[in-house]
Design a binder for this molecule. Structure first.
Ligand code: HEC
Length: 261
């Protein structure tokens, strides 16, 4: 075998290996992402730059999520970046024992949580990066009543979740309809989602509930990456700088070689 053909064989083999690895990781990715992969995710509105949304989201998070979930990478004082004054954080968002410089930790011990829920509620500091904003937006709007579950609730995108629907007073109570059909390709029997039914109305209209969840998700997104805005702005300056630098390097190179040619 010549050197050249050895080289091309190697390249082909490594391309094939990486394609296989990619396909494999995709397959696993999809497999673990949801027990219900036939449920399409709704697109979360992009409120990440809207301070009023982020403030409202922070408030919802502290009121509804922080009793079970911590956000150990997040300090309360950081909320000042969202334009919430320190006084207001102390008065409205802090539990009595917390100081404004503390992280968003919780009093519940992981062991207790585990025995109550079966699973300890995970820390939500970087949840938006782990699961994606669309998944969170869909998840928080997909709880339904299910009396076979210990909590009385189930979720369309997180089957048999052990988290109760903590926002039920806002959304009201809904049940879900499934229909049994046969998959046209495989011929297998599948259970298909056929819509929610509102049983008890919530305090909010469906549109207002969606807007609240959008704010909450925007906050979760911000919390996962508070520097995102700075990073994007900085990126533009770095690219501009590199552009200018390349121009000078190019001119300098031309000047050096001018007499040698
Ligand atoms: C009563 C306690 C409780 C409250 C309050 C609560 N959760 Fe949960 N949450 C849980 C438990 C328990 C789980 C673990 C579910 C499981 O793995 O089955 C969970 C899981 C989650 C998950 C999925 C995590 C993952 O990656 O598997 C998300 C996202 C989440 N909660 C968001 C929230 C948000 C947002 C709020 C506030 C609106 C909230 N939770 C309020 C108990 C709670």
């Amino acid at each position: 075998m010549t050197r050249k053909s050895l080289f091309s064989a190697l390249v082909k083999a490594s391309v094939r290996a990486s394609v296989a690895a990619l396909a494999l990781s995709c397959a696993f990715g999809v497999g673990s992402a949801g027990a219900q992969e036939n449920i399409p995710l709704d697109r979360a509105p992009d409120n990440g730059e809207n301070l009023a949304s982020l403030q409202h989201g922070a408030q919802l998070f502290v009121n509804y999520c922080l009793n079970c979930h911590s956000a150990n990478l997040m300090r309360y004082s950081r909320l000042q970046d969202l334009g919430i004054p320190q006084k207001q954080i102390e008065d409205n968002l802090l539990f009595t024992t917390d100081k404004v410089g503390n992280t968003m930790s919780i009093a519940m011990r992981p062991d207790d949580a585990k025995s109550w829920f079966g699973v300890a509620p995970p820390d939500l500091s970087v949840e938006a990066r782990a699961k994606g904003r669309d998944w969170l937006y869909t998840y928080l709007r997909s709880f339904y009543r299910d009396d076979t579950r210990p909590t009385g609730w189930n979720n369309l995108v997180f089957e048999n979740v052990s988290m109760p629907h903590v926002l039920w007073q806002l959304q009201g109570i809904r049940t879900v309809k499934f229909e049994d059909t046969t998959d046209e390709e495989t011929g297998e029997k599948v259970r298909r989602f056929a819509g929610f039914q509102q049983v008890v109305p919530g305090k909010l209209s469906p549109a207002d509930y969606d807007a609240d969840v959008a704010d909450l998700v925007a906050y979760l997104g911000w919390m996962a990456e508070p520097e995102q805005k700075t990073r994007r702005q900085l990126g533009v300056w770095v690219l501009l700088f590199l552009g200018v630098l390349s121009f000078f390097a190019w001119r300098l190179n031309a000047a050096y070689w001018k007499d040698i040619k």
